[in-house]
Every structure is written in C-alpha cells, then in structure tokens.
Design a protein around this ligand. Sequence first.
Ligand SMILES: *Cc1c(COP(=O)(O)O)cnc(C)c1O
Length: 398
Amino acid sequence: MKESLFLSQLAKDATEWETGNLRRERKVLVLPAGPRIQLLGNPHTSLSFLSNDYLGLASHPDLKDAISGAAHSWGAGAASSPMVSGHMKCHADAEQALAAFTGFEEALLFITGYMANLAVITSLLTSPEDVVFSDHLNHASLIDACRLSRARIERYPHLDMLALSESLKTLPARRRLIVTDAVFSMDGDRAPLASLLELAEEFDALILIDDAHGFGVLGAQGRGSVSEEQVYSDRVILMATLGKAAGLSGAFVASSAFLVEYLLQHARTYVFSTAPSPALVGAIPTSLKLIQEADQQRSQLRMLASRLSDAVSASRYPFRFYGTPIVPVIVGDEGETMCCARLLAEQGIWVAGIRPPTVPVGLSRLRISLSAAHTFQDVDLLVQSARSVGFFKERRGA
Ligand SMILES: *Cc1c(COP(=O)(O)O)cnc(C)c1O
C-alpha cells in the first residue's frame, strides 16, 4: 500500500500536540448537568466547577416539563429553514419574549451562539474596506466570524479604550463594527460597555455585544449586561446564548427591528440552516420565567464568590474575581496547569485546565465556574483540596 504523506503529516502534528500538553480528552458523564459529576466506569461522584449552568437550570424540573410539553405540541424537529417552513408560532413567541426581556425591539433565534456571531459579523461586513475592531481576548466564535467576513481585522489590546479610540480615528473605513464579549469567557472580567458605545457614536460604528456569560446572571432579574448598564442605542446588537445560564441550548440576537430584519435577509447561518428544535424553543418562555425569578440564585452566586475570595488570598497562584461566576486561577505554564487540574481531580474536584489556543501562550489557567447549585461546603471542599495539593505558600505542616 502506498504511504500517505497527508496522513503522516497529521501524525506528526498529533505527536507535537500531545508533547506540547495540548491534547484534550472528553469525559463520558453518567449524570445530568449539576454540581456533581460521575464518569463512566467510575463508582464515585466528583464535585465539578466545569459547567456554565450558572443558575442551576439545566436540570430544573419545570424546564424538563416545558420541553416535554413543547415536544408534544410542536414536535421534535422544525424540519426546514425558518425561511421555508421551519418558523412556527413557538419560534415567533420565543423571539418576542427574548426581545422584551432584554429590552430590544426584535430578536432572532439561532442554533448556537457560534452561529449567531458568524451571522452578525459576516452579514454586516462584506468588503475589505470595512474594519472590525475586536478585543484581543474575545471568544473564538467572534474571532472566527471576523476572519470569515471580508473585513480588515483590527484587534485592540484587552479593554484598552485609548488604543481602540486611536485606531477608530486613524483607520479609514467604509463601515466600522466594534465586537466584544460583555463578560470575557476565560477571564470573567467585563467590558466597559458605556465607553464602547460612546466610541461607537463618536466614530460612527455599530457594536456587537456578546453576553454569553452575563445573560441570566447580571442586571435586574438577570436581563444581562446591556440592561444593567442601559447601553441601548440603534447601534447596539446583543448576542446571548441559551446554553449557559438559561439551561437550554441555542442563542439569539436582539437589536432594532431594522437590524434584525437585515440579518434575517442576509445571514447565511440563519437562512441556510434548519430552525431550532421546537421542543427546545417552546421551553424558552419557561426558562425566562425561571431566570426572572432567580434573585436568590444570583445572590447565592455572589456569596459563593466572596467566600472563595476570602479563602484564597494567600494562594501561590492568583485567583481573580470580577463579580461574575468565572474565576480564573492563572498558573502560566501549560504542563503545570494540567498537572494542577489532575491533582485536584484526584481529590475529587474538577476544574477546567485552559490552555492555548483558548488563551494566550504563558497564560494557561484553571477556570473555576461557580453555579448557584453549589453550596458553601462545595467551595470549602475546593479550597481544602487546593491547599492539600500545594496551592498555598504557607503550608504549615502540610
Ligand atoms: C459559549 C460562548 C459562545 C458560543 O455560544 P454557544 O451557544 O455555546 O455556541 C459565544 N460567545 C461566548 C463569549 C461564549 O462564552
């Protein structure tokens, strides 16, 4: 048999990936989403700080019932693109509810946040004369969307409004779009939305705000970052996912009626893709109701973060807190990060080890993701295990 050069190149890549500590492994879980996970073939459960189920809704009985009910009324599949025959009353109702909840005129449903970000950026920017201004730490889906558009990509240093203002001023452009995570997914810190909107107004730009991690968590009744900071304008496009705090899957874009209609006409990931399952979509109003009523869960999240923050002040690696449920612990080296994650896992505590290309080289980290379903005791267990595997400088008698 003739040897394939193609395959041997891939084999070489795979070896380098492995020796660079970049190989990722999936775990097969045998429990529904929640603070306890159990791996297939392992008799013990572990405590997990891995999921984005910030309000603990992913396994909520009312949400499961809503999905069963919607499947009963509307069926399992939408069977075609929304532009053909996949747009049912449950989709229209959910879009209206999402727009009203987030304070925009209209909303448009997508299968995932990744697809929604592709839709917005590639529909609005179509020429090399357009410029997209993108925060250096934006989510991969925004980065990919920028690449897929034909626009010039100008990545500005993380949160640096001065640098952004300078490039908005100096770069000639037919159209300008600023794109940012509202809450940065691997850091947990937040974009200065009011300043960004001011810049958008000064330099005639539109702004895409990705609130994947703020929706449900921040703002009154969990209405998200835009509502909390009241950054409403005809220039603002909100994207939020339903797979995190909302406990489902899918995503939506909300904006003015004009821009939503524009996307509907031009977004290829909308037009050429089957509409989201009506069983899931029919449960969106229930998810919104649960989010709205979750003040106690949001307060629990804040209390868990402050308990963790109080306990880890003398840690060898810096824990960072920004008032969001995402707590990064910066370790630096890829190998050391994965070693820390493994040692914690051996203690029955799972946190995510995050490496390049998800974060810049040298900034590998553990990502602790808090959920309202965690208890104080869970946080105490995390701290105890971190102490026992050497996370703290002063290890008296350890
Ligand atoms: C998770 C995430 C997305 C993608 O959303 P999905 O619905 O999971 O595809 C987009 N942006 C950010 C910031 C995210 O964290």
